[in-house]
Design a protein around this ligand. Structure first.
Ligand code: NAP
Length: 320
């Protein structure tokens, strides 16, 4: 099915960047369609507590996402619940291809598809996913009540989720490949003060061990001494960063070596009328407030771009 209508803007992704872009686009009276393949809110919806979004000293990630969605829906934004399989830039308009083969067109695209948790790619990881291996403590922590678990990683996510798991499980072994954490000082302090967390610095996991019922332990190696040993755990939570979902980014758009889209200060990519916002875009830090800010910037810039295009008469199928 090919929808012949040319919308003003199509937003790909319903996380903080996409929903924020939706709010600004609707307020700018743009004919807007927002496409999301799964749950609205993206990664934030699986975060237990958010403590750094201005105006909310402490709010559940899911609750914050619900507020973003309600806000966007208050402007009657058109939403499509499907997966985007590709995007095709054009001259008069751009096209988005959906997983059912249908195609939607718009003068401007805002790509806000976020990112996905990185894998360690060690033995036992893939086959034990859902059987003890997890990338989401708030989703799966409950299954490990009063059991021993390991957390791998040293960034904010690993520290925050180790603290969360320390309250539910009988013991958390926090494994980090270096001798200092990357995560924020305040989270580090909380981790150091938590009696239920044992920290293993300069240590990497080389295999996740299991039997028929699931994960039974981890094989570890000290990066300084090369010593190896096994520990017994029933759950392994892996938080080693994430990769941008750049598979929807059309060829021809400039990306950095790790797949993040390079934009100018208006969030515009190397293709006119195609914008990138949130975790997909190369920037200093990935934070909810920055994703929301990108949503605002990209929608305002898209509105200006569309106005300029219409003034120049580039709107061949408009209004059909
Ligand atoms: P991150 O900051 O990129 O940290 C990834 C961690 O995993 C690093 O400690 C890294 O070690 C380690 N790592 C990477 N690859 C590894 C491998 N192959 N084997 C072992 N360890 C590996 O990712 P994140 O923690 O998911 O955070 C992502 C972004 O979200 C950050 O900007 C973070 O500040 C933000 N965030 C903020 C909050 C909050 O403010 N409440 C909560 C969560 C996330 P090295 O340190 O040695 O590189």
């Amino acid at each position: 099915m090919d929808d012949e209508k040319i919308h003003d803007v199509i937003i790909v992704g319903g996380g903080p960047a996409g929903l924020s872009a939706g709010i600004y686009a609707m307020r700018a009276a743009l004919d807007t369609v927002l496409i999301e393949k799964g749950a609205y809110g993206g990664q934030v919806s699986t975060t237990k507590e958010v403590e750094n979004y201005p105006g909310f000293k402490e709010i559940g990630g899911f609750e914050l996402c619900e507020k973003f969605l309600e806000h966007a829906q208050a402007y009657d934004i058109e939403t499509v619940q499907r997966e985007v399989t590709g995007t095709e830039p054009g001259v008069s308009h751009h096209t988005v291809v959906l997983d059912d083969g249908s195609r939607l067109h718009a003068h401007a695209l805002i790509l806000a598809a976020g990112g996905t948790s990185k894998k360690l790619n060690i033995a036992g990881e893939e086959e034990n996913f859902g059987k003890g291996v997890s990338y989401c403590a708030t989703c799966d922590g409950f299954f490990f009540r009063n059991k021993e678990v390991a957390v791998i990683g040293g960034g904010d996510t690993a520290l925050e989720d180790a603290l969360y798991l320390a309250k539910i499980t009988s013991k958390v072994t926090l494994i980090h490949r270096r001798d200092e954490f990357r995560g924020s000082r305040i989270l580090q302090q909380r981790v150091f003060n938590e009696k239920n967390i044992e920290i293993k610095f300069n240590t990497v996991a080389t295999a996740i061990n299991s039997d028929a019922s699931g994960v039974t332990g981890l094989s570890l190696k000290n990066t300084q001494t090369e010593d190896t040993h096994d520990i017994g755990v029933e759950g392994v939570f892996i938080f080693v960063g994430f990769s941008p979902n750049s598979q929807i980014v059309p060829a021809g758009i400039k990306c950095n070596t790790t797949g993040y889209v390079i934009t100018d200060e208006k969030c515009e990519t190397s293709i006119p009328g195609v914008f990138a916002a949130g975790d997909l875009r190369q920037k200093y830090a990935n934070q909810i407030v920055l994703a929301a800010a990108d949503g605002c910037t990209s929608a305002l810039a898209a509105a200006h771009y569309i106005e300029t295009c219409k003034a120049a008469g580039i709107s061949d199928k408009e209004g059909q």
